[in-house]
Write a protein that binds this ligand. Structure first.
Ligand code: EPU
Length: 356
């Protein structure tokens, strides 16, 4: 039915500071473009209204899911609870010597914020340009790219703690950041991130060692790079390598790079000298999931409209009308295929929401 496929709320209620939609389509709210529905959707423009919203019996007694731009999520069915979409805005800067302390509302777009910091002459986030999603989502999976993780620049995260029913300020240690991981992933539904506080320097030693950046800067004819040059190089690299979610549905890397014991890494490297793998500081090895997937023959493969990008083997794509279960089934095929060939079990990077 056409009416089911378009973003048409059955019931819309303005509450002042937030808007409620009943039986809302999420099709335009997830970059994999899965046509799922939420029993209730709350679009929140004022974080201070969260306690009021969460007091509604229908909200309090049901499941909760916080959504930013939906660029790191796969719905495999409808969500039988309340989706809270943070649409708060605002950036507040305090200059502290050479460091800027910046508090940013959760609903701001990450890439807009990165560009704004570069325009203000602040360094640090240049390697993280063009990552889809909101500022509030950035700490959840500790977004990272080209040798930088956002955790380095986060001083604290402000959130509404649904368990303790109060505003919580989590400093960097409390956030328990790790590779694509944080406390927010381990206690899903507990915290609703309302703002992120960053500390950004005016200058820093630029991270140019990640494969491709120096070559790109050379191609651009830049020999003394400033942060905005690095950002431009990253934009070129990402645009070449990663499919644009505005053009083809995807959620960036769908699989995490697996971390394995050194003995496993060494044995695999002996058997497959071309395997892309990096010994980590903790003695364990990080393997390139993209390499494992490509070597298992999945790059560019599809089944119906669900497939793996022909540009980058880590990216699950929706060629048109794939459903959540079809995308998830294809991802499972990839996981099984890699496990059968290399004995390594890949894990999905995005949040996977199962029906119910
Ligand atoms: N490779 C392949 N086939 C491919 C693509 C890559 O074999 O189709 C191999 C190559 O050997 C390449 C290596 O994988 O040298 C690494 O590839 P790439 O530099 O693209 O990085 P990645 O490890 O695959 C990670 C992040 C990306 C991030 C890039 C750049 C994860 C899960 N992904 O990918 O993050 O942009 O590094 O820093 O850590 C995301 O999280 O959504 C994301 C896109």
């Amino acid at each position: 039915m056409l009416a089911d496929r378009i973003d048409m709320p059955a019931e819309r209620t303005e509450m002042g500071g937030y808007t409620l939609f009943e039986n809302a389509s999420l099709a335009a709210r997830n970059t994999l473009r899965v046509d799922a529905r939420a029993k209730l959707l709350a679009e929140v423009r004022e974080a201070a209204k969260l306690p009021e919203l969460l007091e509604f019996p229908a909200v309090r007694n049901g499941k909760l899911l916080v959504l930013g731009e939906g660029s790191n999520i796969l719905f495999t069915g409808d969500f039988d609870g309340t989706v809270v979409a943070m649409a708060t805005r605002g950036v507040h800067v305090e200059q502290d010597g050479d460091v800027a302390r910046i508090a940013v509302a959760a609903g701001e777009r990450w890439d807009d914020f990165v560009r704004w910091t570069l325009g203000q002459g602040f360094a640090g986030l240049e390697n993280l340009i063009l990552i889809p999603g909101t500022v509030g989502a950035a700490p959840i999976q500790n977004i990272g790219a080209y040798g930088t993780e956002v955790a380095e620049f986060i001083e604290s995260v402000e959130a509404w703690d649904t368990l303790e029913q109060r505003v919580a300020i989590l400093d960097r240690a409390a956030c328990a950041f790790a590779y694509r991981d944080s406390v927010f992933k381990h206690q899903p539904g507990r915290y609703i991130v309302t703002a992120v506080r960053f500390a950004l320097p005016r200058s820093r030693e630029l991270r140019l060692d990640y494969a491709g950046i120096r070559e790109e800067l050379a191609r651009m004819g830049v020999d003394k790079p400033a942060p905005f040059h690095v950002a431009e190089a990253v934009v070129h690299l990402r645009t070449r390598k990663l499919p644009d979610p505005a053009v083809i549905g995807n959620a960036g890397s769908f699989f995490k790079n697996p971390i394995v014991d050194a003995s496993v890494g060494e044995a695999l490297k002996d058997a497959h000298p071309e395997l892309a793998a990096w010994p980590g500081s903790d003695g364990r090895w990080k393997l390139s999931a993209a390499w494992l997937i490509e070597a298992s023959g999945f790059k560019g493969q599809r089944e119906g409209d669900a497939g793996i990008s022909n540009r980058h083997a880590l990216v699950l794509v929706n060629h048109g009308h794939a459903t959540g279960p079809q995308l998830w089934a294809f991802a499972q095929r990839v996981i099984e295929g890699v496990q059968a060939k290399f004995g390594v079990r890949l894990e999905p990077e995005p949040v996977v929401i199962t029906a119910g």
